[in-house]
Write a protein that binds this ligand. Structure first.
Ligand code: TYM
Length: 343
């Protein structure tokens, strides 16, 4: 959390974030989210991290694939440094309070707010009549994920910003409608060089697990050869790298590779350009792939090891769900009282 980030004063800082188990993990998920989740945990914040399987099923998921991908995501969290004794790591569907609060929020949020969500427009496309009702209500469930813990800070990539604004709108409307400051106004934490990692094939598109081209992304399970080959083939322009960040303007592919290098090495973009400015891509790309292999291969081998121990993963998630419920249950109970459904 940067020093400039303020939380609602009445609430103790608590960090929540989630990732969908809807496919393999990409370098975008790692740099934009997971790596930063571990950093926040290591800074001593109270942290809760989740596999949002209920969000995943807003579009079709094969049941066996969903089960495998959820364990693989848990393995990814653990291999990226999430320590289950310091963070609460769990599966969304194992804590029923998320769905229960989401229903209340479905009744607070307005149709017009949901219709404006760019993710809804992108995912439902021209075929809105045929999209699931869950996909439409997706951001209300996301608000419930966060607010059922009174979380104050949510680390995410840039693409989730609009959903977090809606979370704030829902909290504000609930507090206003019921005349009390019950839910915190959550702060998005979108920081670092890699808040929007772009496709390796097209610098105007986000790196995504759903891109049909596997060459567009680095998967957290890719081996060293695959990583090196994808970086070698990554789209670039013919010029050498600039020595200053403004030289990356209008060079989206160059900017992306420099951002990735900066995020992986823990340096600022300016520091990276001081080091590599003037080099052609034929020299920079091997540096980037060595760095990527160096940072990612310990994670992928740890993921592979953990995937051979599914019982260990399931035990960690059950324990996490129990601990999550201890926080969520009283907040849901109080919500029901405020709304007038109990008490
Ligand atoms: P999801 O599963 O699409 O992505 C998980 C996290 O990875 C980030 N991310 C990226 N960051 C940088 N560059 C990229 N190319 C890139 N691709 C993905 C995302 O911004 C996100 O932080 N709706 C959420 C999941 C969610 C959630 C929540 C998040 C559900 N409930 C509550 C925070 C709090 C999603 O679909 O993320």
């Amino acid at each position: 959390m940067s020093e400039g980030v303020q939380s609602s004063p009445a609430f103790t800082p608590r960090v929540f974030s989630g990732i969908q188990p809807s496919g393999g993990l990409t370098l975008g998920n790692y740099l934009g989210a997971m790596k930063r989740f571990a950093e926040m945990q290591n800074h001593g914040f109270e942290t809760l991290y989740c596999m949002v399987d209920m969000h995943a099923i807003t579009v079709w998921q094969d049941p066996d694939a969903l089960r495998r991908q959820t364990r693989e995501l848990a393995a990814g969290y653990l291999a990226s440094g999430i320590d289950p004794s310091r963070s609460i790591l769990f599966k969304q569907s194992q804590v029923a309070e998320h769905a229960q609060l989401a229903w209340v929020f479905n009744c607070v949020a307005r149709m017009g707010w949901m219709k404006r969500m760019t993710q809804w427009k992108d995912k439902a496309g021209k075929n809105q009549e045929n999209a699931s009702l869950g996909l439409f209500a997706y951001p209300a469930l996301m608000a419930a994920d966060i607010l059922v813990y009174h979380a104050t800070h949510v680390p995410v990539g840039e693409d989730q910003k609009q959903h977090l604004e809606l979370t704030r709108d829902i909290a504000t409307k609930f507090n206003h409608d019921f005349g009390q400051e019950f839910f915190p106004i959550t702060e998005p934490v979108i920081e670092g060089a890699a808040t929007r990692v772009m496709s390796l094939r097209d610098g105007s598109k986000k790196m995504s697990k759903s891109d049909p081209s596997d060459a567009s992304r680095i998967n957290m399970t890719d081996n060293a050869d695959a990583i090196a080959q994808k970086i070698r083939k990554a789209k670039t322009d013919p010029d050498a790298l600039p020595s200053e960040a403004k030289g990356l303007d209008d060079r989206p592919e160059a900017r992306n590779l420099v951002n990735i290098y900066a995020a992986l090495s823990g340096q600022s973009v300016d520091d990276v350009l001081r080091e590599v400015g003037g080099k052609p891509f034929s020299e920079f790309k091997p540096m980037l792939s060595d760095l990527a292999v160096d940072k990612l291969s310990p994670i992928s081998s740890e993921m592979a090891r953990l995937m051979r121990q599914p019982d260990e993963i399931d035990a960690i998630l059950s324990d996490g769900a129990e601990r999550a419920r201890l926080i969520a249950a009283p907040i849901l109970k109080r919500t029901y009282e405020i709304v007038g459904m109990t008490g």
